[in-house]
Design a protein around this ligand. Structure first.
Ligand code: CP
Length: 356
């Protein structure tokens, strides 16, 4: 029997939708020229990025004072959000949680399927539909490929749709990480990202952050990408095809020192061994792809060192003391960038920009 004979109508519809090119899917996830469900890095263009960065900059500035924070937390005090993070997370979870609280949104959370009725056999699809009975937004991280997209698609077919934000989905994408990464580039280079050389290092094959960041770099002019990895963890072909299609120059190398010495931003990543099936990561020597204190001498004076975190051995701890180490600021930027995105989805961004 064919697989399609066993599928329900909804599953067939979903299969059909999933196979559409991204350009045809995007209208389904936006409303009134705004991002409604944030699922893919390709949803951001240069104009929307610039707008979100202005919103984030304005918000973080005026919330330094109590009256500013009181104003921010009144903006969306009528909204509730569910954080459904059933894959480990520290900073994505906490930055979304705190972004919600900055805007006055009340939050609930599930961080483990063993504490939800999924343990009793409820499907993940019914579980997420249940959230929409109680809240106005779902922010989620899920290990299953495409499940965040499926959730948004399912929600949009119900009579109570709520926006869905992807906080990391399988090894596909992590669009809000890419948003905060570009926000960090924007702040570090005084708004001048055009012309920069970005080196991405480590597990490029399974790192969803580098995939999403590669997509976002298309929005800037004369960007050069250097992919530095052992051949076992080289960037996937779909991303290289995307870069070729958009005439974005890149090269791949396993020469760490040569690659980082040319870069304006060095984006370190860890080996994603949670995706291993039989400990294959252990067979690859990654010691030549770690940023040691000695490397501070060979990188550009104004280069920045980034990492989505968490780190293991990819960056020596003493590197943290160097002003070019940007990863702790990068993770804080995430809270503001995510607050700006949530404000945009709920149309509160205009009020933020107007705040005096
Ligand atoms: N960068 C990132 O996604 O970190 P967490 O896994 O801690 O959320």
């Amino acid at each position: 029997m064919e697989r399609t004979d066993l599928m329900t109508g909804i599953e067939k519809d979903w299969d059909k939708f999933l196979s559409l090119p991204i350009s045809q899917k995007l209208p389904f996830f936006s409303k009134e020229n705004r991002i409604y469900d944030c699922l893919f890095a390709q949803q951001f263009d240069r104009q929307s990025l610039s707008h979100l960065f202005s919103v984030a900059d304005t918000l973080r500035k005026f919330t330094k004072k109590k009256e500013g924070m009181d104003f921010a937390s009144s903006l969306l005090s009528h909204k509730r959000a569910m954080l459904y993070f059933v894959q480990p997370s520290t900073r994505t979870f906490l930055s979304f949680l705190n972004a919600c609280h900055i805007l006055g949104i009340k939050t609930g959370e599930i961080r483990d399927t063993s504490t939800s009725s999924e343990l009793k056999g409820e499907t993940p699809e019914d579980t997420v539909r249940t959230f929409s009975s109680y809240v106005d937004m779902i922010i989620m991280r899920h290990p299953a490929p495409n499940f965040v997209e499926k959730t948004a698609w399912l929600m949009n077919r119900t009579n109570r749709p709520v926006p869905v934000i992807n906080g990391g989905s399988g090894k596909d994408q992590h669009p809000t990480q890419a948003l905060l990464d570009v926000y960090t580039l924007h702040r570090s280079f005084d708004g001048n990202i055009d012309g920069k050389t970005i080196a991405m290092v480590g597990d490029l094959k399974r790192g969803r952050t580098v995939r999403s960041l590669s997509y976002l770099m298309k929005n800037y002019k004369n960007i050069k990408l250097i992919f530095i990895s052992p051949k076992e963890f080289a960037m996937e072909k779909d991303i290289l095809d995307f870069l070729n299609k958009h005439n974005m120059p890149f090269y791949e190398t396993d020469n760490f020192e040569e690659g980082i010495s040319q870069a304006d931003a060095i984006y370190m990543t860890r080996i994603q061994d949670e995706h291993d099936k039989s400990g294959e990561s252990k067979k690859v020597d990654i010691s030549a792809f770690e940023f040691k204190t000695k490397h501070l001498k060979i990188i550009k004076q104004k280069a920045i060192i980034m990492h989505p975190l968490p780190r293991r051995t990819e960056i020596d701890i003493p590197v943290d003391e160097d002003p070019r180490a940007m990863y702790w600021r990068q993770e804080r930027n995430g809270m503001w960038a995510r607050a700006a995105l949530i404000a945009h989805i709920f149309s509160a961004d205009g009020q933020i920009l107007k705040y005096k």
